[in-house]
Design a protein around this ligand. Structure first.
Ligand SMILES: *Cc1c(COP(=O)(O)O)cnc(C)c1O
Length: 485
């Protein structure tokens, strides 16, 4: 299987090259040149690890299948407590695909636990001997999931930068207590943009790259535009569909809708890829919070990032530019990389682009969209608990609301992207309970009022020693990246 670029479809690279490189030289994203077909009837009985190896093998044809099988077992076996891809029935025709049973209690673990192994193997195959230094600016979930994925991986170092004022207490402690010999965590004075701008400057600096090259170090990022982060997310669409067949909820070939709480458009795009591979996906419902730029795009065909930015109770969806949409534009336009380059130039220059009606029609054949604000999401948390005894987090609640408000006939699977215990104060408030001051008291209160147990990884944070307390200025980020702090 070869990969090409959304902005230059004459380019051909292997999967290993796409994973090591991350972004194509002209700024495009790597996409597969075709989609391997996989009939779900062939994989109904596979466990999650075996299915993951099978799906990944279709794209990563330059990797040894034995390597992929072993990596999938290491990643999705014990670390997910036997609950990788778990599907929970919620109400009639409504299911939750619980993607938060991994080490950091958010769905990003699926990609970020596997990605480091794919990267190390790709470097080996390509004969690359440099040290890879991963820099991550994070407002929460990505930083912790990346730290947990890359810790103690040979040939890789990781540095995470989070804003002093921008994370929850739990998210901060998840990072400050991180284990591993190759990790560093810095609190950056300011907000997320200050941290992100600082990291972007480092990536854009030829001087820093040259200094690091002299030390045999290459910088890389862990963000969700790398193909190595997308591929692992296709697996759970297949797995969930197979579970519904086995339950007798659908017959083979029946359409199943998936509703996805969306930020950077990576998770939902994996569902589109599953459909291209032959899975009977009905509609993909794109659920947004008040930052509803994607709802507007799918409704009007105009993507316009020139708008107010809202901080919401579903922070991982607080995004105005959804990078992975570029890949959908490429596929829906019939692999027209000149068109995509044009749209992206317009986005860079004016913060907006308009997609022709013919292409929007194709996109709307697969996607529908809706959004919910914080109040509606809170009401949804309460309703799902009161009516169905199903407890969900603030991100998943947005998707439940959109799923229930979008008319349709097919069974619908909501992708549940974070544990409710990751956002205990907001969930308690939604349930109409008093909210204690600290996050850990909130976790205990949420357990007490619902009878649900908090994931061990979150509860034990309270007693863990903090390893990283360094607070730096944005101007210090280059020195940190050079290893001179
Ligand atoms: C990252 C994240 C999302 C959004 O996923 P995208 O792939 O960026 O669309 C949704 N919910 C949670 C909890 C997340 O961490």
């Amino acid at each position: 299987m070869e990969f090409t670029s959304t902005r230059n479809n004459a380019l051909r690279v292997s999967a290993a090259q796409a994973i090591v490189q991350g972004l194509s030289e002209e700024g495009g994203l790597f996409v597969p040149t075709s989609f391997p077909k996989l009939d779900v009837s062939e994989v109904l009985d596979l466990d999650y690890c075996a299915l993951a190896a099978r799906v990944l093998g279709g794209f990563l044809t330059d990797y040894d299948p034995a390597f992929l099988s072993a990596a999938a077992r290491q990643v999705y076996g014990e670390a997910f407590g036997g609950k990788a891809g778990q599907v929970a029935p919620v109400a009639d025709g409504l299911y939750a695909l619980e993607l938060w049973h991994g080490p950091t209690c958010a769905f990003k673990d699926y990609a970020l636990q596997l990605m480091p192994r794919l990267l190390v193997e790709a470097k080996r195959m390509l004969g690359r001997t440099e040290t890879t230094r991963i820099l991550v600016a994070t407002s929460g979930d990505t930083g912790k999931a990346a730290l947990e994925g890359y810790k103690d991986i040979p040939g890789i170092e990781i540095e995470v930068f989070y804003p002093t004022g921008g994370t929850s207490e739990i998210q901060r402690l998840q990072m400050a207590t991180q284990q591993g010999e190759n990790v560093a965590v810095y609190a950056v004075r300011g907000n997320f943009d200050d941290a992100q701008t600082g990291v972007k400057k480092v990536f854009g600096s030829a001087a820093i790259a040259a200094q690091l090259a002299a030390e045999n170090v290459a910088l890389s990022s862990a963000n969700s535009i790398n193909w190595g982060r997308l591929a692992p997310q296709i697996v759970y669409y297949y797995y969930a569909y197979a579970r519904l067949v086995q339950r007798g909820a659908v017959r083979l070939g029946d359409a199943v809708d998936f509703c996805v709480p969306t930020g950077n458009f990576g998770d939902i795009l994996a569902g589109y890829y599953a459909k291209q591979m032959g899975l009977s996906v009905g509609r993909l419902l794109c659920a947004s919070n008040k930052n509803n730029v994607l709802t507007d795009f799918l409704t009007t065909g105009v993507y316009d990032a020139n708008r107010a930015f809202y901080k919401t109770q579903s922070p991982s969806m607080d995004i105005l530019v959804s990078s992975n949409l570029e890949r959908l534009l490429y596929h829906a336009s019939g692999c027209d990389s000149a068109f995509v380059a044009d749209m992206m130039a317009s986005l860079a220059a004016e913060g907006r682009y308009a997609v022709p009606a013919g292409i929007m029609e194709k996109i709307r054949a697969d996607f529908a969209a809706g959004w919910a604000d914080d109040g509606q999401a809170a009401a949804e948390i309460a309703a799902r608990w009161q009516d169905d005894r199903y407890l969900c987090d603030t991100h998943t609640a947005v998707a439940f609301r959109v799923a229930r408000n979008t008319p349709g006939h097919a069974p619908c699977v909501v992708l549940s992207t974070a544990s409710p215990f990751k956002f205990p104060a907001a969930v308690l408030a939604a349930l109409g309970q008093p909210v204690p001051q600290g996050d850990f008291d909130a976790i205990r209160a949420l357990s007490a009022c619902t009878g649900a147990a908090a994931p061990a990884g979150l509860a034990e944070l309270e007693s863990r020693a903090e390893r990283f307390g360094q607070v730096i200025d944005p101007a210090d980020i280059p020195a940190a990246a050079l290893g001179r702090l």
